[in-house]
Design a protein around this ligand. Structure first.
Ligand code: NI
Length: 135
């Protein structure tokens, strides 16, 4: 068996509470096992998308009252117009917007777009789902 490494992670209480509920609903026996699965899933997904053409969707929610955020997200999307096929915008409630961005292109560009959007302050959640190869 490989060596076990322990490390600490700082999280908001609300986030860890939500994660614990998720962990319980998925019948994990421990938080560690749930985190191990998340890490494996992310590494596998990244490996799968390394190089080559992909197609998929970016789904994100954000607070559109955050100063200049909506314009910033639009500017970023304009910089990736060759990767973005279409965008659907839904006004979730008074504060929050949901965007579904259909993408097609080189995995590296799709990842770059997703990462650039994800790190903006006010983006609450972003997931990238690769559904198939674009080739
Ligand atoms: Ni909106």
């Amino acid at each position: 068996m490989s060596e076990v490494y322990r490390f600490g992670v700082s999280l908001d209480k609300a986030l860890i509470d939500a994660f614990d509920r998720h962990t319980a609903s998925q019948r994990y026996t421990s938080r560690s096992e749930a985190i191990r699965d998340l890490i494996r899933e992310e590494l596998t997904r990244k490996q799968w998308t390394e190089g080559g053409a992909v197609a998929g969707a970016i789904v994100m929610t954000y607070d559109h009252h955050k100063r200049e955020l909506a314009n910033l997200l639009l500017d970023i999307q304009h910089d990736f117009q060759e990767t973005i096929i279409s965008t659907q915008h839904v006004h979730l409630d008074h504060h929050h917007c949901l965007e579904i961005i259909a993408v097609k292109g080189e995995a590296e560009e799709v990842e770059k777009l997703a990462t650039t959007l994800k790190v903006q302050v006010g983006v609450k959640h972003l997931s990238l789902s690769i559904s198939s190869s674009a080739e």
